[in-house]
Ligand binder design. Sequence first.
Ligand code: SF4
Length: 369
Amino acid sequence: MEDFKVTPWEVDGVVDYDKLIVEFGTSPLTEELIQKTAELTKSELPIFFRRRFFFSHRDYDKVLADYESGKGFFLYTGRGPSGPMHIGHIIPFFATKWLQEKFGVNLYIQVTDDEKFLFKETLGFEETKHWAYDNILDIIAVGFDPDKTFIFQNSEFTKIYEMAIPIAKKINFSMAKAVFGFNEQSKIGMIFYPAIQAAPTFFEKKRCLIPAAIDQDPYWRLQRDFAESLGYYKTAAIHSKFVPGLTSLGGKMSASKPETAVYLTDDPEEAGKKIWNFALTGGRATAKEQREKGGEPEKCVVFKWFEIFFEPDDEKLMERYRACKGGELLCGQCKRELIERVQEFLREHQERRKKAEKQVEKFKYTGEL
Ligand code: SF4
């Protein structure tokens, strides 16, 4: 029996990322590709690459070859607005920002208010539109280049329907069912939706690169089945792992379990309390035992958060690992240090988010470049 499950709507159990590469039929993001990225961008790699937060890909080698030959590429990513964004949602956007800056390419961000309305039984249409605006502020706050970043909300950007029509003619029900597992109870809007989601991969006559968490891969698998028959490239993708929630290392931070998540709009003091009360550590039963045996950073969410985002300095991360293993660092101190980093991030993000309110129009994609 499967001990974990990963679909675009559900992540359950302790994910084995190596197994997922085999199951999804993707390729590992090799050292060679990572080094090639550094060479082409003439840049020091960000932690997302150095520490293999991005671990898998489809055709990323072709993206780099297209860039090198001058053909170029463009980026596409998105957000399903069903509630407030948390830290796990925003980290891949920082990686996307790095790619945009270093390669100097256009980025399209699809905000899928229609998808969330269709797929989430309890969500009203006005509610998802409200969250779309709210989430767009968080995305802008990441600091994307306004001249090269185009954000659109499906329910407003109606031109997308025109683009989805030829795609919808290429996908039959069996293809969609094989990828998404639709059944007789599935709403007809859900069945059409993959055509809408695939449309932005055709926004430019260049190869599209999608940086996203691995659970979104099924959508692009389908696109790759028909893209060439419409005269476009099969989309490329690089896949990230999940940011774990506070209470468990296995799965991903989940908006449906509020105690596992730190939201970008959380009051920094409250966020600190949440981390203090709920963050899983690899600590021992007593301080005495921890001093004697050392902690277990491999089992620790606090360490994982430092590794994924909150400790950019490799040497300092190693020092923390060694101090934990050696019993010199205790969990209380370590948690306090993480809380300080998270609070500082939240304060800065919330300031940028406030400024973003005046920038929304500047980022809005109308179909014209
Ligand atoms: Fe985790 Fe830090 Fe405790 Fe080690 S000392 S187990 S890294 S919280």
